[in-house]
Design a protein around this ligand. Sequence first.
Ligand code: C2E
Ligand code: MG
Ligand code: MG
Length: 830
Amino acid sequence: MNGLIERYELAEKAGAEGVWDWDLRTDKLYLSPRFLEFLGLEPGEVAHRPEDWLERVHADDIDWLYASFEGQMGDTHLPFQIEHRVRRDKDEWRWLICRGVAVNGHNSEPVRLVGSVADITERKVAEMRLRQSEQRYALAAAASSDGLYDWDLKSDKIYYSPRWKAILGFRDDEIGDNPDEWFDRVVPDDLIWLKATLDAQVEAGGKPFQQEYRIVDGQGEVRWMNCRGIAVLDDHGEPVRVVGSQADITDRKAAEQQLRASEERYALAARGANDGLWDWLLDAGEVYYSPRWKEMLGCSESDVGVSPGEWFNRVVLEDRAGLKAAIDLHLEGSRDHLEHEFRMRHETGSEMWFLVRGLAVRDEEDRAVRIAGSMTDITARKSAERQLLFDAFHDGLTGLPNRTLVTDRIAQALNRQRNGGGRHFAVLLFDLDRFKTINDSLGGMYGDQMLLTTAKRLEEAKRTGDTVARLSADEFCLLLEAIDDVPDTVSVAQAMAEAVAHPVTLANQEVLLTASIGIAHSASDYERADDMLRDASLAMVRAKSSGRARIEVFDTALRENAMKSLRTEIDLRSAMELGQLELFYQPIVELGSRTIAGFEALMRWHHPERGMIPPVEFIPLAEESGLIIPMGRWALQESARQIAEWQRLFPRKVPLFMSVNASSQQFRDDDILARIKEVLADHPIPPSSLKIEITESMLMQDPSQVEQIMRDIRALDVKLSIDDFGTGYSSLSYLHKFPLNTLKIDKSFVSAIGQGGDNAAIVHVIATLAAVLRLDVVAEGIEVEEEAQFLQDVNCKYGQGYLFARPQPAAVVTELLAKEQVMLVEMTKG
Ligand code: C2E
Ligand code: MG
Ligand code: MG
């Protein structure tokens, strides 16, 4: 008991609180000088009786105070705490906070009540002011943003204010005065409730109501409304009108929903944890720290004194200045309250996060004299936030940094370099070879395992300071810091590739992990991180296409090519509709008679800006983008139409034929057989005068499927030709499996005939074996007479090349055919 009194007296000396001590046996009450000061009494003016105090208590508060005393008369005494008003002068009221507890005598009966009081008038006034201003604000806000309505129950008409309509996105004249204007727009699920609320008003009346519901606005969007209202009664108490307002609370609802999700995460941590309190008397330079405040930091009651240093010395060094600044801002009055997050050290040394809130009490000159508030342990929330932050910047599967994070690091490295402080660095892009195949064939679980293994190997192999990140499914990125030249970068890339390239066992199968790597080096003067990643990725794509498990360094030519093909692809999409495509025809000549036997249709693109673009530049793009399918259909139709015309104009014993190139996609993704049938139905040509040219590589892709289509085509009596023979991998012996009619020797062999070496021999062999296989042979790219002569000598039947004619527009070819017709007629005459 003495200890308790001592503590109160200490507190009193500190200037904060008054002390009281009520002896229940003698009914004497001791009030300390500070307490008397609060009451505006001089020590001589008191009777040392309870009335000294209780007579001055506000009528509204006295019952509560008695109740608190009575609460102490039972067996267990938990200290009470109550705020009450006391009269100081005639009409000056002060607010006191009173804490007290009973003290038991020998027979366990309470014999005394002792406690403290503190004057909290200023805090109360500040609170009240705040509340008033808040209420005022709320009112003002409501008046400006709420829509008003007034429902006349007799006429069943509703007046909607312009604002009511505007909230829903309607002009004043767009909404009439019918109740349906409102209720027809309410979301059906919510209409029941809104109607029930309104009906209850009409029946019972008189009590304000409030209802949240959803409504569809003018744009068809669902919005949340908070509708308030009250029924107005006539003299007989009958409701005659319902009036009220409604406000758009869509944003609040959305925020609530988000909050709820995040709150659920924090709820556990928050439960049971209450705040620590503090109260800082600025002039005295002393702080009251509540027991809970101390407990949160692992301190016992006596560990912590009253100096501000008890607080600030426990604040983590880096956060001290920030906390001080936040407090000062509020004390100076530039912030209307204190709210700040910072870290403190627990007694055990661990770091904790706190949220401090506080409010200053000001004197008449508006000078802060005291600041008090609470402190909340937000360590759990912070670590949840950190987790969220981690999740936002890391990949869920491997835990590696994700694209966002590595992009940021690249940007930082670029920044350092720009500011002259950083060395060169490089971005390496790894793309696992055959990942998709493995993922598709073995299943996602093994795919994940493959990725985890790769991630681990990359992490282990990287140099410290470098960053490994996962960008997308099977794409990893390595940011190599401080690497000055490209050859060094390539060696690192090689080492990394080797680190990755070990077999892994997946589903009892050994799979070799290899990656294609693209490199972008900062020496190329980059502005943006994204550009560097893009270039690394372009280089990677080239590494892939030049045969996997390779390393490519980005160079500008690569980017230009990529840019060009991007532009080209965009333009190509509209080329067909704009009629920019044309077929040129190159005669195929019978070498013996040197007369035209047929033609090859070759596509040309007249680009409005770039002029004529050769097929090597746009056919591959058309294939990549799938445009080749409509383009191929068109070429087939158009060339058939043309040959039909020429056959009609220039009839021959063996009709002129037409060769059309087909891409493998037309075999795979288009029903080429149906297309050919259509063409034959549309144009009166003998099927045998139509030839489809396919490439060697196509035979290799999916031999069985292609073979079946080829047989179907041959069954129509349409002919098949193998193009560019000799450039692929197929051998003559392999050819017999396919139902081919013609073999075209690639121009690379033909043009080398005159240069000696093996070429002449090779051409000879091809021609001979083709004869054995009963295939016609066409030699492509004949440019000089010598080549024509040689080919004729080795029994090559047809030739095609600039020596005879270049690919030309149909009109030019028509003239050519006309001339030849004259010549042929003369020959038969002669
Ligand atoms: P290709 O089917 O092998 O066509 C023969 C190519 O050799 C043509 O090139 C032709 O102009 C060229 N050429 C003909 N004679 C000579 C010569 O004496 N010397 C030289 N140096 N070249 C000669 P072009 O027209 O540039 O076509 C290139 C390739 O584009 C074609 O090779 C073909 O694979 C493809 N292509 C053209 N049109 C189409 C089409 O409609 N569809 C498909 N899928 N591909 C087409
Ligand atoms: Mg061809
Ligand atoms: Mg060819």
